[in-house]
Design a binder for this molecule. Structure first.
Ligand SMILES: Nc1ncnc2c1ncn2[C@@H]1O[C@H](COP(=O)(O)OP(=O)(O)OP(=O)(O)O)[C@@H](O)[C@H]1O
Ligand SMILES: [Mg+2]
Length: 305
């Protein structure tokens, strides 16, 4: 077993197995906010004099509702504020990334599905500009659910997304892929195409349990399909400073994964569901909010990597 898989296993050790310090989860341990205690000044990103080839990052966690889509949109928008060109790829048949950027994906005839399945359709044919200049989107809708089945019989099925991204990679500095909550073939395609993985993790005990399986899958893809794959970072989302439970889970994750955990944490706030309705990133919908500041900090961390 790799060290990372061991770390993941230790992160989910139950209290009865000597897991969480202080006995039951929720029991008071310390008054210090462990997230705040890790904060260091972040370096200002350097301006670019040319663009591309992009670093490709998969936003991945098979647990649903942990902030993958929200983080894809807002990290993307924050990178654009730093002068980067960014392409967001919606790889979830639910199409939440597309909707979150104000694009009525269910009505589109051509989406990521066509680029994956048709030899004569490229990503350039299906990508769309968003309201944020410099931020492009490859939309998705329910059509993509068929791809999971249809890809199975393709030659080099795991490399399909990698092949289609290659034609646009030089146009961007970052390509962020929003994965669906599963470890199926589409997610394996994202992990095969990517150089880095960002794992959004809700600060809640049950979120920890799936991480070992996810890390194991990432290790397998690295071994068999994509030797250059790395975990860029674990991003704590929906963090609530006031709850001891949340702080304990965060401490546990930091203990297990160390510097792989971004120092930026995303607080739980109703501003994020609001942005979905508004169809735009928090950086433009509520530019002075704490949520916008947090994703700007995350962008600085990503740029410093
Ligand atoms: N920091 C936050 N605070 C409060 N609500 C949030 C936060 N981040 C995301 N949300 C909300 O939680 C819900 C799930 O978030 P999101 O869609 O980003 O998760 P996901 O991991 O992409 O979900 P799925 O697995 O279904 O694709 C959304 O309604 C979103 O607006
Ligand atoms: Mg999502």
């Amino acid at each position: 077993m790799s060290t990372r898989a061991e770390a993941a296993a230790s992160a989910v050790a139950l209290p009865s197995q000597g897991g969480f310090a202080g006995g039951e989860m929720g029991a008071p341990t310390s008054r210090v906010d462990p997230a705040r205690a890790r904060q260091r000044k972040l370096p200002d990103p350097k301006p670019l004099d040319r663009h591309g080839p992009a670093r490709i990052i998969a936003m991945c966690n098979q647990k649903g509702g942990v902030g993958k889509t929200t983080s894809t949109i807002n990290l993307g928008a924050a990178l654009v504020e730093q002068g980067r060109r960014v392409l967001l790829i919606d790889l979830d048949p639910q199409g939440a990334l597309s909707v979150g950027l104000g694009i009525p994906a269910q009505q589109l005839d051509r989406t990521i599905y066509n680029a994956l399945m048709e030899r004569n359709t490229t990503l350039a044919d299906v990508r769309l500009p968003t309201r944020v200049p410099g931020l492009d989107l490859v939309p998705s809708n329910i059509d993509l659910s068929a791809a999971e089945v249809q890809l199975v019989s393709e030659v080099a099925r795991e490399q399909t997304l990698m092949r289609v991204i290659a034609s646009v990679r030089n146009d961007y500095d970052y390509v962020l892929i929003d994965c669906q909550p599963s470890l199926g073939l589409l997610t394996v395609n994202a992990l095969t195409a990517a150089q880095g993985v960002i794992i959004p993790l809700e600060c809640e005990y049950f979120s920890l349990r799936g991480v070992a399986l996810l890390v194991d899958t990432i290790d397998k893809v690295k071994e068999r399909l994509n030797p250059s794959l790395a975990i860029d970072g674990i991003l704590a989302t929906m963090y609530d400073t006031r709850t001891v439970h949340c702080r304990e889970v965060f401490s546990r994750v930091v203990e297990a994964f160390g510097d792989t955990v971004y120092q930026t944490v995303i607080q739980r706030t109703v501003r994020f569901p609001e942005t979905t309705v508004a169809g735009q990133p928090i950086t433009t919908w509520a530019p002075t909010s704490g949520g916008a500041a947090a994703y700007r900090d995350l962008a600085k961390e990503v740029l410093a990597q």
